[in-house]
Design a binder for this molecule. Sequence first.
Ligand code: GDP
Length: 174
Amino acid sequence: MNDIKLALLGSKGAGKSAVLVRFLTKRFIGEYASNSNSLYRKRLSIDGRQLNLEVFDPCSQGVESRCILEEPVKWANGFIVVYNISDRTSFLIAKNILCQIREVRVESSRGDAEVPVCLVGNKQDLCHVRQVHEEEGRSVAQENQCYFQEISAAENYQEIANLFTKLIRQVMEH
Ligand code: GDP
């Protein structure tokens, strides 16, 4: 599969746009106006294969609602679900999104609940005001059979690059 379609999902303010902009530009953009759905395209080479990467960054308003999630969940073939480690509500929303991805994929014609998903705890630099322990994130990821990583879009490019590469490899193998 040379067309890789990823969707970034999570509550507003979790840092989805910051993570994506960091991956695409290596830079951290402190304030990023993201009040609408955005689709980013990038050509890249992984393991010697030329890939067309598309990443959907939906407007996160009401993202926990089923009808808003349906479109990106049916469209993408890999997901990054982002929460903010200093905001427990964003973690609860991320848990809900993981369930919804499974439900929508099973019910839709894709019938593919085992789609590659990565659960990401962002804002690791704010660990002094952490509301979600790393172990909680890890255990929710295990329950949902997905990969887990804590990152900081503000501080670390390489972890984010590794995360995207890992997920893209999983999508290629899927
Ligand atoms: P989105 O609504 O999920 O797309 O969230 P944004 O990417 O717009 O980020 C929301 C806010 O969190 C912005 O003020 C960002 O600067 C900030 N932010 C994003 N990632 C980080 C991070 O890793 N650390 C810190 N301290 N702030 C972050």
